[in-house]
Design a protein around this ligand. Structure first.
Ligand code: NAD
Length: 465
């Protein structure tokens, strides 16, 4: 395949270092890749499911075995710390294995045979699936599309983010070598390449993870061909602390969901609601812990978290901090710089806490995608439930309480794709739970059976006797 243009990828923690050179694809490259996927489709569709399962498990081994070598490269593209990049490989491995364990049962036809007729409801692949992924957790977000698509017999054209393309591509080359030619294809590029994938008439499915504004373009681009889409988008996850929560136990777990990946996780904790009577105690304890954090390059073992990923994200977070600083809220900067001399050579931001802030403030309503968190005081349960649900987003959410029944009752009233009780971080995820959002956080679900359904059509066959 040809590449007319090549782009440098810079380390977001050492901006003067180029860590990869990546081809910038064109609409012609997209067409070439989609046609390769289309040509490979009949053979892959007709490959027995047991054989596809075997190959998926082999792919899982490749992902698991590549983490140690490729995670440092990923750190130097997306800016995370090493354990976060390793977690990405670990979660990706788990998704492949879990999907492989479900697919044969999932594909079994549902049949009815009576005096009048024989009915068979069969699940068939759609064809060429386009997968478009962001930079923050590229391995698992890719596997959440690749695993169900390949397992059910689709072929795939994947577009990585230009901000984290290299480690993922090196990994996918290894996976593609296991598969027949044309089953897995990768095209690099920016929005125009994503758009060309969405509008291609031979693409029968788009699995997209990214921002809501980009997803609106995906919906427009797929409208003329009525192409099926799954959209996993942004969030503004509320964490609701109830008045019986144990502060220390809550902070032990909650903080993992706030600053991990420098806050750049779709279902990170993005606003925290605390009962007014415990507000000062809670925020003091919160700030005391956050002040222990050290920020530096992702390969520095002392770094609690790394830089932001890219200039646009960096400017967005700085702008939000400026607006907050100039408001009635109290912005507190905490933590320390690991290497002050290189601070300006990366998109580094210290952890920030916003105290005495309103539910309607920009930092409470917008997806910050950075290391800044508003702590909002509330007076009654009804008030905090209204505030939690008062958002265009609805991805994750959490309730913190010492009473499991109270937690469950409250969780049921939250408008979100997922509500966690006494947890809200990577450790909250369970592959048996469908993952996705409501409202502007997305359409459809990934993981498990729901994820497989996204890549299969139901074909109903009836013979009249
Ligand atoms: P983004 O929307 O800018 O980009 C996502 C992908 O879409 C990239 O590969 C990009 O090149 C591509 N793209 C850009 N324009 C396109 C177009 N017109 N048509 C098709 N594709 C196009 O998002 P990002 O900055 O890479 O990631 C951050 C966002 O992703 C945040 O909002 C975050 O919450 C969200 N996210 C959601 C989930 C989830 O599972 N819900 C997971 C991770 C990130």
């Amino acid at each position: 395949m040809t590449a007319s243009d090549v782009r440098d990828v810079h380390d977001p923690g050492r901006l003067d270092e180029v860590v990869a050179k990546v081809a910038v694809g064109t609409a012609a490259d997209v067409d070439h890749a989609v046609r390769a996927g289309h040509a490979a489709f009949p053979g892959w569709r007709d490959t027995p499911a047991t054989e596809r399962v075997r190959l998926l498990l082999a792919a899982a081994e490749v992902v698991a075995g590549s983490g140690e070598e490729l995670a440092p490269q990923l750190v130097r593209e997306h800016g995370g710390v090493l354990w976060e990049a390793q977690t990405d490989f670990g979660l990706g491995t788990g998704v492949l294995q879990h999907t492989a364990s479900l697919v044969e049962e999932f594909l079994r036809p549902v049949q009815f045979d009576d005096e009048q007729s024989f009915i068979s409801v069969e699940k068939v692949p759609r064809g060429v699936a386009a997968a478009i992924v962001p930079w923050n957790m590229p391995v698992v977000l890719t596997m959440m599309k690749l695993a169900p698509a390949l397992a059910t017999g689709n072929t795939v054209v994947l577009k990585p983010s230009p901000f984290a393309p290299a480690a993922l591509t090196l990994l996918l080359q290894r996976v593609a070598e296991l598969l027949p030619p044309g089953v897995l294809n990768v095209v690099h590029g920016e929005g125009d390449v994503g758009a060309a994938l969405c509008t291609h008439p031979l693409v029968r499915k788009v699995g997209f993870t990214g921002g809501t504004a980009t997803a609106q373009k995906v919906v427009e681009a797929t409208a003329p061909t009525i192409t099926n889409v799954t959209l996993e988008l942004g969030g503004n996850d509320p964490a609701i602390v109830l008045d019986d929560a144990d502060i220390d136990a809550t902070l032990d777990r909650m903080l993992k969901g706030v600053y991990t990946r420098t806050g750049q996780i779709c279902f990170a904790v993005k606003r925290i609601y605390v009962p007014r009577a415990m507000y000062t105690r809670f925020t003091d304890a919160f700030c005391e812990r956050v002040d222990q954090y050290a920020v530096g390059h992702g390969l520095d073992p002392e770094a609690s978290f790394g830089p932001l990923n890219n200039e646009a994200q960096y400017k967005k977070v700085l702008d939000l901090l400026d607006r907050t600083r100039n408001s009635s809220a109290t912005l507190v900067e905490l933590g320390r710089k690991l290497d002050p001399s290189s601070w300006d050579n990366g998109y580094y931001v210290l952890p920030h806490v916003v105290r005495n802030v309103e539910h309607t403030a920009p930092v409470s309503c917008e997806e910050q995608f950075g290391p800044v968190i508003p702590l909002i005081a509330y007076d009654t349960e009804d008030q905090v439930l209204t505030w939690a649900n008062d958002s265009d987003y609805g991805l994750g959410s959490s309730v913190w309480t010492s009473d499991p029944d109270r937690g469950l009752a409250f969780a049921r009233r939250v408008e979100a794709g997922s509500t966690f009780i006494n947890t809200h971080s990577f450790e909250s995820l369970d592959l048996r739970m469908p993952f996705g959002g409501i409202k502007q956080s997305g359409i459809g679900r990934e993981f498990g059976e729901a994820g497989l359904s996204a890549y299969a059509e139901e074909h109903s066959i009836r013979r009249l006797k």
